[in-house]
Design a protein around this ligand. Structure first.
Ligand SMILES: NC(=O)c1ccc[n+]([C@@H]2O[C@H](COP(=O)([O-])OP(=O)(O)OC[C@H]3O[C@@H](n4cnc5c(N)ncnc54)[C@H](OP(=O)(O)O)[C@@H]3O)[C@@H](O)[C@H]2O)c1
Length: 264
């Protein structure tokens, strides 16, 4: 398994367990989702750009007794996408749930967005998740098995906001991918759903600037009807629900988790 240097660690093996593949599991929603799937009885494959960033997540997974594998994945690189999916399938033989969580965040006025930044966000947040999802669909259709895709979008993919155009456009595309593929793949028993969280407190370095700005955070809380931020753990539980058998009748759905912010 370590022949190509992509796989970091494996622990505990149990035949016949369902398998979840979670992108961007270094911290925040991705790490919480990996842990939630492990608690729900899944084996878990996790990814990050830097494999060493997955050590903490992998260590917690190891304590649950599930089988887990860390794989390097760069969503802007086609060969990296193909290799990560192939390594996961060779190791586990099946993938039951794909979670498109990894993303690039960009806070920038539209007039200031460089073409390089635009391409980076679209590659990581739209093209990469689409190609991952395409591989998942090809795998499930060839195997003749049902399965699920859950993508982590954002309220910025649903409503307008200043300084968020590039990121919001990418998340809007992810939401539309969810609806399109839900219809196209329903006949194969493949469900495709998304969650759309509002602002969370995660360890994401790309959000550290606003997270540390107490005035910004206080103003945001004041606008949220429930006066609380959704947590990574709450989003993770919703992802496990949408990916699992209890959601067998749900496809093409976007679950908004924002304390009521976009309901107003
Ligand atoms: N945090 C929020 O307030 C918030 C709100 C709404 C929606 N969301 C969405 O929720 C999801 C998780 O957010 P988060 O704040 O927990 O973490 P995040 O900063 O959005 O994502 C971090 C993870 O994604 C990986 N990653 C970043 N760019 C990548 C790329 N180009 N290719 C492959 N992997 C890449 C990182 O790997 P490395 O560790 O190696 O860098 C890390 O594992 C994202 O889809 C985000 O857009 C977040």
């Amino acid at each position: 398994m370590n022949g190509d240097g992509k796989v970091d660690t494996e622990s505990g093996r149990a035949a016949g367990r369902p398998v979840a593949f979670v992108t961007g599991a270094s911290y925040g929603v991705g790490a919480a989702t990996a842990h939630a799937f492990a608690r729900a009885g899944y084996d878990v494959i996790i990814t990050a750009r830097q494999r060493e960033n997955l050590k903490a997540t992998l260590s917690v997974l190891g304590q649950t007794g599930c089988r887990s594998t860390a794989v390097e994945l760069l969503l802007s690189d086609d060969s990296s996408i193909d290799a990560a999916f192939r390594v996961a399938l060779e190791a586990y033989g099946r993938i039951d749930v794909l979670v498109n969580n990894a993303a690039v965040n960009l806070r920038r006025l539209a007039v200031d967005v460089s073409r390089e930044e635009w391409r980076e966000v679209m590659a990581a947040n739209v093209s990469g998740p689409f190609f991952m999802t395409q591989l998942m669909g090809q795998h499930l259709i060839a195997a003749g098995r049902p399965g699920a895709v859950v993508s982590v979008a954002s309220t910025h993919g649903l409503v307008g906001a200043a300084e968020r155009s590039t990121y919001g456009i990418s998340k809007g595309a992810m939401i539309q991918m969810t609806r399109m593929l839900a219809i196209e793949w329903a006949a194969h028993g493949i469900r495709v759903n998304a969650v759309a969280p509002g602002r969370m407190e995660t360890a994401s370095p790309s959000r550290a600037g606003t997270g540390a700005n107490l005035d910004y955070m206080a103003a945001m809380l004041a606008r949220i009807p429930l006066h609380r931020l959704v947590t990574a753990e709450e989003v993770a539980d919703a992802i496990v629900y949408l990916g699992g058998a209890a959601a067998v009748s749900i496809t093409g759905h976007v679950l908004v988790m924002d304390g009521g912010l976009t309901a107003a």
